[in-house]
Design a protein around this ligand. Structure first.
Ligand SMILES: NC(=O)c1ccc[n+]([C@@H]2O[C@H](COP(=O)([O-])OP(=O)(O)OC[C@H]3O[C@@H](n4cnc5c(N)ncnc54)[C@H](O)[C@@H]3O)[C@@H](O)[C@H]2O)c1
Length: 377
């Protein structure tokens, strides 16, 4: 089988999920090519070498420019913080490499547009790791909506709640805390958490026309890890917005890192004319379904256990009744990308889809700043 040499940039949380995905995908999916974990790029040589040995990469390098210049690399996978995405993706595309990139695509829509231009000019397969699309229950929700089973959609409701930045003693910036440094992250929960909700929402329910948002930075100053100085905090700690979709449905979105007790509570609900759907990341293998066309006396919310062979992706896994987890969404994305790349195509969400999300997050931040409704992009 043809080999496809992969370089992963970054060996943190996402470096692990992606390395695992490329390792597992060929074992469970029939692929047109075999991904080879060729190089991991990490700034710390010792830790990079340990990561490479653990995951079976052939080598570790300390500068991403080395993998861009390496003729043997076919695919550059960007799993490093947001401020690195644009420069690496543009250089990779110019070198003719396929590019996968973590979300948000850019720190803002201007960066994302530069990245779209680069991959489209080079004609290279590309994809953004909005992995929640590939949780089988969420993929099934997409199928049910596309089949028209919900009828006209009236409401979309999404939340992504965490609680890990409540302490005022938590510094900003540096390893593990770059999400609190606006120069690196681009924004706070808007780009980090709401971006996921927006990507799923537009995939399920179409484009967003306009937004009205409020954001808050609860802790205004934090010590910067790299400088040791107390500095203003530039990220949004919480972000809530109302939206109107192109199809006329209304939405509420909420994300915060100040919801005590919640670690990663991503939920979405869609209410249509005939039926409603509810999904919860903490119960990710279930889809709650209400169908008004059910027989009246038996009408009610059903909890569908998404483990049957005819559920999306599940035919590749164990036997009906046995569920899969978070890491599988990345394995599905790696498999879908490699299948599309085998035909020279991109896998959704493409960079252009990633730009669409960045246009919404830009509008959310502008709306919160200007205290106005903002049209998207
Ligand atoms: N899809 C998802 O659900 C999801 C979840 C978490 C993070 N993310 C995204 O993934 C990206 C990485 O986040 P993370 O949680 O893995 O961060 P992390 O802090 O765990 O890891 C980041 C890694 O990048 C490395 N790095 C930083 N600058 C680098 C550079 N110039 N060259 C090479 N390596 C560099 C760091 O050393 C570290 O290994 C971010 O864009 C984030 O938004 C996506």
């Amino acid at each position: 089988m043809k080999k496809l040499n992969v370089a992963v940039i970054g060996y943190g949380f996402m470096g692990r999920t992606h390395s695992n995905a490329f390792r597992q995908a060929p074992k469970f999916f029939s692929l047109p090519c075999e991904p080879v974990l060729k190089t991991v790029c990490a700034r710390n040589a010792e830790r990079g070498a340990a990561f490479a040995a653990n995951w079976g990469f052939e080598k570790a390098v300390t500068d991403w420019r080395e993998v861009v210049a390496d003729k043997e690399i076919d695919l550059i996978d960007i799993a490093s913080p947001n401020d690195t995405h644009c420069e690496i993706a543009v250089a990779a595309a110019k070198a003719g490499k396929m590019v996968m990139c973590e979300k948000p695509l850019g720190r803002n829509a201007a960066e994302a547009r530069t990245m779209v231009d680069a991959v489209e000019a080079a004609g290279v397969p590309n994809s953004v790791w909005y992995n929640y699309r590939r949780i089988p229950a969420v993929t099934l929700a997409k199928q049910l909506i596309d089949e028209g089973r919900l009828g006209r959609i009236f409401h979309y409701r999404a939340k992504f709640l965490q609680d890990w930045t409540i302490s005022a003693d938590l510094p900003q910036g540096g390893e593990g805390l770059w999400r609190l440094d606006v120069a690196v992250a681009g924004s706070g929960v808007t780009g980090d958490l709401l971006a996921h909700c927006i990507d799923t929402a537009m995939w399920l329910n179409g484009g967003i026309e306009e937004v009205s948002a409020v954001t808050e930075t609860f802790i205004k100053q934090r010590k910067h890890t790299l400088t040791g100085e107390v500095a203003p905090v530039g990220i949004d700690d919480a972000s809530l917005f109302l939206a109107r979709f192109n199809n006329g449905s209304l939405a509420t979105f909420e994300a915060t890192r100040y919801a005590r007790g919640h670690k990663a509570l991503y939920t979405l609900e869609i209410n249509g004319e005939h039926a409603s759907i509810f999904w919860d990341l903490h119960d990710l293998h279930r889809l709650q379904w209400f169908d008004h066309r059910d027989e009246g006396t038996l009408r009610g919310w059903r909890s569908l256990h998404i483990t049957d062979r005819d559920h999306p992706y599940m035919g590749h896994w164990w036997v009906p009744g046995l569920q899969i987890g978070y890491e599988h969404s990345f394995i599905h994305q790696a498999a879908d990308f490699l299948i599309a790349a085998g035909e020279g195509k991109s896998a959704q969400p493409t960079f252009r889809d990633g730009l669409a999300t960045d246009l919404v997050t830009d509008a959310v931040l502008a709306s919160a700043k200007n205290r106005t409704w903002e049209k998207v992009g």
